[in-house]
Design a binder for this molecule. Structure first.
Ligand code: UD1
Ligand code: UDP
Length: 356
């Protein structure tokens, strides 16, 4: 290959996806890693580098949290400095966060080819910051790595047909790698006194759910009701932890006593929790896919999803934030008969690396 790749990551799901790709890239090429610092708590960042043996970033920009403009702008300036110094042959970005957008924009302005992993995903909801990040990043990219035919079709509908590669979803290989290690190393079920098939795993972090007090309250009320009859394990994202403080006192203390609310966990503990769950309730993109690959029924707390195949195959159902729909969605959940990996995960990392 011989090309110098500069990878830009900054948020939890990007560390996980990059872990699978970097493992391959490090074998054959010259990869520099830039961490924007978007996620910085130990359990949102360091733990993934340690557990997944991701090489230490060559640069940590330490940008931290902030409004969209301030955060993305600070990243843009700092990434530009690094790119001018390093002059890589390609910049590799992942997903749809502010780190993705800043990396793609900085590179495109310097005429450095941009490669985008998870290109072509669309929710068709421009209220989501992620949708804006995805659309702009795809239009700035020279190499577009798509996980599915749906993603290719979405790009074609926007006039993007050049540089598009159907490589499959690299998260699958990250997941399979971790499942094997987690089996040996994770003792989270024992520590939490849980058993396989005996609990529901829940996560909530999307801005559209957490930043609208009414939506967050409805989700939490539904989880509270479910926790009367089921064990609910809820690793709480820091964004959500902050917003939960604004809930009415009575609801906050009720959920504290019935839900198993824990700090965000590392990836090995997370995949162990996922694979042992009888059901997953989430608004996360990555967790919808992991539920699908692990064959755990999923209830998605959103009105739309980019991962439409999971719904079409019956492994996932969209229930939004309405209390009755959440409970009905949960009650109706059963495992569908079949499973086909529409994201063609196996071999995706090597297809991606070859096309880079
Ligand atoms: C970001 C992505 C989202 C992705 C998610 C993965 C954007 C616009 N959003 O959302 O697409 O699904 O990451 O988890 O890029 N915080 C901490 N410690 C941390 C990180 C965050 O306390 O280490 C708190 C801060 O109060 C911060 C808030 O969480 O303001 C939100 O963090 P931010 O990175 O802006 O967005 P996420 O919600 O994490
Ligand atoms: N994850 C984790 N620990 C947690 C919660 C999530 O390791 O406490 C993993 C999860 O398994 C998935 C990824 O983080 O691989 C998803 O990240 P998140 O839900 O934050 O973002 P999204 O995928 O929605 O962008």
């Amino acid at each position: 290959m011989g090309k110098r790749i500069l990878t830009i990551i900054g948020a939890r799901p990007q560390f996980i996806k990059a872990s699978a790709v970097s493992r391959e890239l490090q074998k054959i090429g010259d990869e520099l890693i830039v961490h924007t610092g978007q996620h910085y708590d130990d359990n949102m960042s360091r733990i993934f580098f340690d557990e997944l043996k991701i090489p230490r970033p060559d640069y940590n920009l330490g940008i931290g949290s902030g409004g969209h403009g301030a955060q993305t702008g600070a990243m843009l300036a700092a990434i530009e400095d690094v790119l001018q110094k390093e002059r890589p042959d390609r910049v590799l970005v992942y997903g749809d966060t502010n780190s993705t957008l800043a990396g793609a924009l900085a590179a495109a302005k310097l005429h450095i080819p941009v490669a985008h992993v998870e290109a072509g995903l669309r929710s068709f909801n421009r209220h989501m910051p992620e949708e804006i990040n995805r659309v702009v990043t795809d239009h700035l990219s020279d190499i577009l790595f798509c996980p599915s035919q749906t993603a290719i079709n979405n790009l074609a509908a926007e006039g993007i047909t050049r540089g598009v590669h159907l490589v499959g979803d690299v998260m699958y290989e990250a997941l399979m790698h971790a499942v094997a290690i987690a089996k040996r190393q994770s003792d989270i079920l024992e520590r939490m006194d849980l058993h396989d098939g005996g609990y529901i795993l829940a996560t909530v972090h999307r801005a559209e759910n957490t930043d609208q007090p009414d939506r967050l309250k409805k989700i939490i009320e539904a989880l509270y009701e479910i926790s009367q009859t089921h064990t609910v394990v809820f690793p709480v994202h820091p964004r959500t932890r902050n917003k939960l403080k604004e809930l009415p006192d009575a609801l906050a203390s009720a959920i504290n006593s019935t839900l198993s609310m824990i700090e965000p966990v590392g990836y090995l503990d997370m995949v162990r929790l996922e694979s042992g769950a009888k059901m997953i309730m989430t608004d996360s993109g990555g967790i919808q896919k992991e539920a699908y690959w692990l064959n755990v029924p999923c209830v998605t707390l959103r009105e739309e999803t980019e991962w439409v195949e999971t719904v079409e195959q019956g492994w996932n159902v969209l229930v939004g934030t309405d209390h009755d729909r959440i409970l009905a969605g949960m009650a109706a959940r059963t495992k569908p008969d079949g499973f086909i990996d529409d994201y063609n995960g196996k071999g995706s990392v090597s297809r991606l690396v070859q096309a880079l």
